[in-house]
Design a protein around this ligand. Structure first.
Ligand code: BCO
Length: 465
């Protein structure tokens, strides 16, 4: 069926192929492109320009950022505001919804036609546009939903986990979606919500469970909770054990990424091996491969990969839009490579080892070091910087910036300057990327050709030689 971005409740969505005239909207074969409300003006500008989006759907808090860059987006034809208040120059979702006919004609679309674009971060350059087809989202056995379930998936609507857990998989099972808008995540509000409402199924990042197990969970009686899921970053076995000991509930970890959805999971009814992300999920054939694309035997570490030949899984993403080189770079032999390293054991369970590149996975966010370095270099104190992952007991890993200071700032108060740089990054790009650790260094390790050796700094952070 033809999709309608508005019905997804996307807070910052851009529709690439939508045709629109002021006052009346039509969406023939719309491609929706969700973004988190943490996006800053520059992030929104980049997304609108790269996608040539025709329409933006936004909530009130995003309006000033959109207005500040709108003159640089000639393709943008309409702006739709989702708010009880109206705003000059913006169509009102509420008014249009109230006057809309209950009858509507769905656009005929082929299963491989584009449906969604998600911006996803890599080691180099700006985020890439990973395009999904009409058939690729919506497989959700992992969630174990029935029509009587109420699902609370905490992911921001900007991430693919929301499309899977809060929209397609849930609705396909006829289950109810629970939504709670929290301006800032707060464990007490979170626990109160679970004790107040009959939520049966919960999906949240491991960071949230790491925060929760620090509380005395035995004090809380969850109203209807029966199934708990987690994904987006590795879950520590200790947290799984603590959650189970305190709540009596298992924690089912899934593993996936924007390009592929969920590809490994601990499914209900299967034995859970704490620390493992479960077995490969159908229709994917998940394997560990070497640098030549050969399948490695159980117990050998290599890259987590998906077989694409001889038949391409229907839920696999279509391409990185306008970027055939990056799309091709993900293919090795018969496989798509995830960029993650792992091991499969002799029972077919997968164990995450780490990223094969410089991408940082923090609190469930995928953060490209280049994006943070680009924000830092805008500050006059920064001559150059290298951004790497650093271990963190709550967030798994956090962004750490090694910064070489310009002469006028060398004598500045270091604590004050760190706060200033962090604040600068939060204003320049989506704040979840800000460096939670900053270290000033006289120089950065480099190759003979002058390329910064992020791996040396990262290995040092993780205590590796
Ligand atoms: O921790 P701080 O307070 O120092 O900084 C936080 C915010 O306060 C700050 N911030 C946010 N809005 C701001 C702002 N600062 C200034 N001005 C603003 N307007 O920025 C930092 C944001 O960090 P955060 O988002 O991690 O916030 P928080 O409250 O610590 O939330 C914790 C989590 C765990 C709830 C959050 O990190 C989270 O939702 N993580 C999960 C992400 C996720 O859903 N990932 C799944 C991606 S899809 C996928 O992996 C594919 C798998 C199929």
């Amino acid at each position: 069926p033809g999709s309608c971005g508005i019905s997804l409740g996307i807070k910052t969505g851009v529709a690439k192929r939508s045709v629109s005239t002021q006052g009346s909207l039509s969406f023939p074969g719309l491609v929706f492109m969700p973004g988190t409300t943490q996006l800053r003006a520059k992030d929104i500008l980049y997304r609108l320009q790269a996608s040539e989006a025709k329409c933006i759907v936004a909530s009130e808090e995003v309006v000033p950022a959109v207005e500040s860059i709108i003159s640089e987006c000639p393709d943008l034809k309409s702006k739709l505001l989702v708010s009880p208040h109206s705003q000059s120059g913006w169509l009102s979702f509420q008014e249009l919804f109230q006057s809309a006919s209950a009858e509507h004609n769905c656009v005929e679309t082929g299963s491989q036609e584009p449906m969604a674009i998600y911006f996803t971060s890599g080691t180099t350059g700006s985020p890439k546009m990973a395009q999904h087809s009409q058939s690729s989202l919506g497989i959700g056995y992992w969630l174990d939903l029935k029509s009587s379930d109420i699902m609370w998936n905490m992911s921001d609507t900007g991430w693919i986990k929301a499309a899977i857990g809060s929209v397609f998989s849930t609705w396909l099972q006829g289950a109810c979606v629970f939504v709670h808008r929290m301006a800032q995540f707060d464990t007490d509000t979170f626990l109160d919500t679970l004790t107040t409402y009959p939520i049966t199924t919960l999906c949240s990042a491991p960071t949230v469970y790491r925060m929760l197990v620090q509380k005395d969970l035995k004090r809380y009686k969850f109203k209807k909770l029966r199934h708990c899921l987690t994904g987006g970053e590795p879950l520590n076995p200790e947290v799984l054990e603590q959650w189970k000991a305190q709540t009596g509930l298992e924690l089912y970890e899934g593993y996936g990424q924007t390009e592929v959805g969920i590809i490994c999971a601990n499914q209900k009814g299967q034995e859970i091996k704490p620390g493992s992300m479960g077995k490969g999920v159908l229709p994917y054939d998940v394997q560990i491969i070497d640098e030549n694309g050969n399948i490695l035997p159980p117990g050998k570490e290599g890259e987590i990969a998906l077989r694409l030949k001889s038949s391409r899984p229907f839920c696999f993403f279509s391409e990185y839009v306008d970027n055939p080189e990056k799309t091709a770079a993900t293919i090795r032999g018969d496989f798509y490579t995830t960029g993650d390293r792992g091991v499969m054991d002799s029972d077919g369970y997968f164990w995450f080892v780490g990223r094969a590149d410089d991408v940082i996975i923090s609190s469930g966010y995928r953060i490209g070091p280049f994006e943070v370095e680009s924000a830092l270099i805008e500050h006059p104190a920064v001559v150059e910087s290298a951004v790497v992952s650093s271990p963190d007991p709550v967030r798994g890993e956090v962004v750490k910036a090694f910064v070489v200071l310009s002469a006028p700032f060398k004598s500045s108060n270091p604590e004050k300057l760190i706060l200033e740089l962090q604040d600068h990054v939060k204003k320049s790009t989506a704040p979840y990327k800000y460096p939670r650790k900053v270290e000033f260094v006289p120089e950065l390790p480099k190759t003979v050709t002058g390329k910064i050796k992020r791996n040396v700094l990262r290995d040092h952070e993780w205590g590796r030689t």
